[in-house]
Write a protein that binds this ligand. Structure first.
Ligand SMILES: C[S@@+](CC[C@H](N)C(=O)[O-])C[C@H]1O[C@@H](n2cnc3c(N)ncnc32)[C@H](O)[C@@H]1O
Length: 273
């Protein structure tokens, strides 16, 4: 999303409100200008019903309040590294128990974990904070916070000065997903290999006794592959139907309609992570 003003630098971001001079202020855009985007994000998420949001670097924006007033979510936890912003907002909204406020550096997972008390959120929202962090902050740690704080199937809504930072963000995302925190970690790949071998073995045994006629050999049915590749939590937000759609959409998998080999399963995870 384009910024209406020049992008803030981190030093500006941190000085947006002096202790003596705290006021409500919205950086980049006001909620009305991004409400369609937020509503769309809620719709495309894999969460059955949006309940909670985490706002990263809330400042003194009206965004958190709008998220509950517009019925996007029922409750919001807003974080900011600046104590005086949080004090100001907590005081301003002291009678609204849908809104909670806490001081935390969003690049410090331990601080965020203390503030969230282990809660995971249907929606994580950032307006202008990653912009600031991209200038000088630890963006990889920020992405780690997003990944840990969002529940499986949840969405990240990001409002930033796209032109300025998009190429840098792509690099950071690429690095994060493929090197820092790969979905298909070495441990996960090892356990998938073991589970696959075991399942193929039992298919072969069943085929010999005529219980199973399809998928004998080194392949598993798509249903078996889905059951084996994903954890129960992942399955709760990534249904078998989504898996079939992704399998279908993935060009390398196209020729394999009914079953997958181990190598294809691992390639599928790598491509789609
Ligand atoms: C550009 S302002 C955006 C504020 C608000 N989201 C808005 O839209 O008006 C960036 C905000 O991020 C906060 N911030 C900067 N670095 C942070 C960090 N590491 N952890 C938490 N908040 C941070 C700043 O204090 C500031 O309130």
């Amino acid at each position: 999303m384009e910024a209406k003003d020049p992008s803030p630098r981190s030093s500006d971001a941190k000085s947006l409100a002096n202790e003596d001079d705290v006021n409500c202020f919205d950086w980049l855009v006001e909620f009305e200008e991004m409400s369609d985007l937020v509503a769309e994000a809620a719709e495309i998420s894999h969460v059955p019903a949006m309940v909670s949001a985490l706002v990263l670097g809330a400042g003194t924006s009206a965004l958190s309040e709008a998220l509950v007033n517009e019925g996007i979510v029922k409750s919001v936890l807003s974080l900011d590294v600046e104590q005086h912003c949080i004090d100001f907002m907590a005081q301003k909204h002291k009678d609204d128990d849908r809104l909670r406020w806490a001081v935390a550096d969003v690049t410090d997972w331990h601080a965020v974990e203390a503030a969230t008390q282990g809660q995971r959120f249907d929606m994580v929202v950032d307006k202008g904070t990653l912009d600031a962090l991209l200038c000088a902050g630890d963006c990889a740690a920020y992405l780690g916070t997003v990944a840990r704080a969002a529940r499986c199937g949840g969405v990240l809504v990001l409002s930033m000065n796209f032109e300025l930072v998009s190429s840098h963000l792509s690099e950071v995302l690429e690095w994060y997903h493929h090197e820092a925190c790969p979905f298909l970690s070495a441990d996960r790949e090892k356990s998938i290999r073991e589970a696959f071998a075991s399942k193929v073995g039992s298919n072969m045994a069943a085929a010999q006794s005529d219980e199973v006629s399809s998928c004998a050999g080194e392949r598993l049915s798509l249903r078996q592959t889905y059951d084996l590749l994903f954890t129960p939590e992942e399955k709760s937000c990534y249904s078998y139907e989504f898996f079939l759609q992704d399998t279908d959409a993935s060009r390398q998998m196209r020729e394999f309609d009914e079953s997958m080999s181990l190598a294809e399963s691992l390639t599928f995870l790598r491509i789609n992570q």
